[in-house]
Design a protein around this ligand. Structure first.
Ligand code: SAH
Length: 347
């Protein structure tokens, strides 16, 4: 690295580490498991069915990456304990979380819900050997990205200096998949190496032991370009380059690039979140809850719409599945991914 400023991924990594270590992130944005308990319950049901399709491995690693407040895992475990006690007993819960403060909150949320004490890790590579079911919701969008700007004769890379972008010439390896994308002059191309590294680590595990992974995030599934870096503070957009650590920095997730590194395992989707949740029974479960608590029926239906309606989270959020050793199809998906990749929404 030469010159002044921090490369964007270094800036974003430091800003988010400070943000997640020091604040209550959920005063700035709300995620699917915080919107409705049905989200975690459906993923719990998904886990129990997938466990059956994997031949009921006992024990197996039930892993969540970036568990936030622990709400998703808590809702999922409650459901699994009720409908599939053998699966609940076989699950060894492993959480990948770097924020000490959120680890504490997760421990509180999971109290009394795991058959064995849960464990925390900094990285997926620290999870013990064995079959695995992995869940990740809004994990990839917080991982640091790099941004490249197309020049007539090459690429610049973005660095952050005094709250503003500065450009420095970038060198792209000619074989870099990004370098082959048709980006017009002045256009921005984003890459997220940590998301690809994480996916490769998941894929490596799936090549050795049976398992499945569900990656849920907002993003696109086509070769795309554009600047998608954003900051949210108190639910409103903020300047991502000012006050690092005061706001959550995120970027759209490139499911196309992620699927491309998933060599040698089965890939499912990506599907829009609305279609995926509907296939798992979102609407039936939500109506059941609404009938059981008529005074809350409007809130329950509004939460369901928020998760699934195309103009809310139903279309921008997408779900990608990976699996190995599964007898049958991965629940929630219409079928395996076509070799050439799916259509999706670019940022
Ligand atoms: N999945 C949760 C929270 C999403 S917020 C939900 O749906 O509500 C992102 C989460 O990822 C936080 O828990 C944050 O601390 C964690 N995180 C961010 N970067 C991380 C990293 N590099 N390694 C591990 N965890 C990380």
């Amino acid at each position: 690295m030469s010159g002044p400023g921090a490369r964007l991924d270094q800036f974003m990594g430091r800003a988010n580490a400070a943000y997640y270590a020091g604040r209550d992130p959920f005063s700035d944005f709300i995620t699917a498991p915080e919107i409705s308990q049905v989200f975690g319950e459906l993923l719990g049901a998904w886990t129990a069915v997938v466990w059956q399709l994997l031949g009921q491995p006992d024990p197996f690693m039930l892993v969540e990456a970036g568990p936030g407040r622990g709400t998703l895992m808590a809702d999922a475990l409650r459901l699994v304990r009720r409908v599939a006690p053998a699966c609940h007993a076989a699950a060894r819960v492993h959480l990948i979380e770097t924020s000490p403060r959120l680890r504490q909150e997760q421990a509180r949320a999971l109290e009394g819900l795991t058959a064995r004490p849960a464990s925390w890790h900094d990285a997926i590579t620290d999870v013990p050997d064995g079959p695995m079911i992995l869940l990740a919701n809004e994990f990839f969008d917080a991982l640091p990205i790099r941004q490249f700007v197309r020049r007539v004769d090459g690429w610049d890379e973005r660095f952050v200096h005094d709250g503003a972008f500065i450009h420095q010439p970038a060198s792209f390896p000619p074989a870099h998949p990004a370098a082959t994308r048709a980006v017009p002059e002045g256009g921005v191309l984003e890459t997220c190496q940590p998301a690809l590294d994480f996916t490769r680590a998941v894929v490596e595990r799936l090549r050795r032991w049976p398992g499945a992974a569900l990656l849920i995030d907002y993003g696109y599934d086509a070769p795309a370009h554009g600047d998608s870096l954003q900051a949210l503070r108190h639910g409103r957009p903020a300047d991502p380059l000012r006050d690092p650590g005061a706001a959550d920095l995120t970027a759209h997730v490139d499911f196309h690039a992620i699927a491309q590194v998933a060599d040698g395992v089965d890939v499912w989707g990506s599907e829009p979140q609305g279609a995926f949740l509907a296939a798992l029974g979102l609407h039936a479960r939500s109506e059941q809850l609404a009938r059981a608590a008529p005074e809350q029926a409007d809130d329950i239906r509004a939460a369901t719409a928020r998760l699934a309606a195309p103009e809310q989270m139903g279309r921008l959020f997408r779900v990608l599945g990976l699996s190995a050793g599964l007898k049958g199809s991965l629940p929630g998906f219409t079928g395996p991914r076509a070799a050439a990749g799916n259509e999706g929404d670019a940022p």
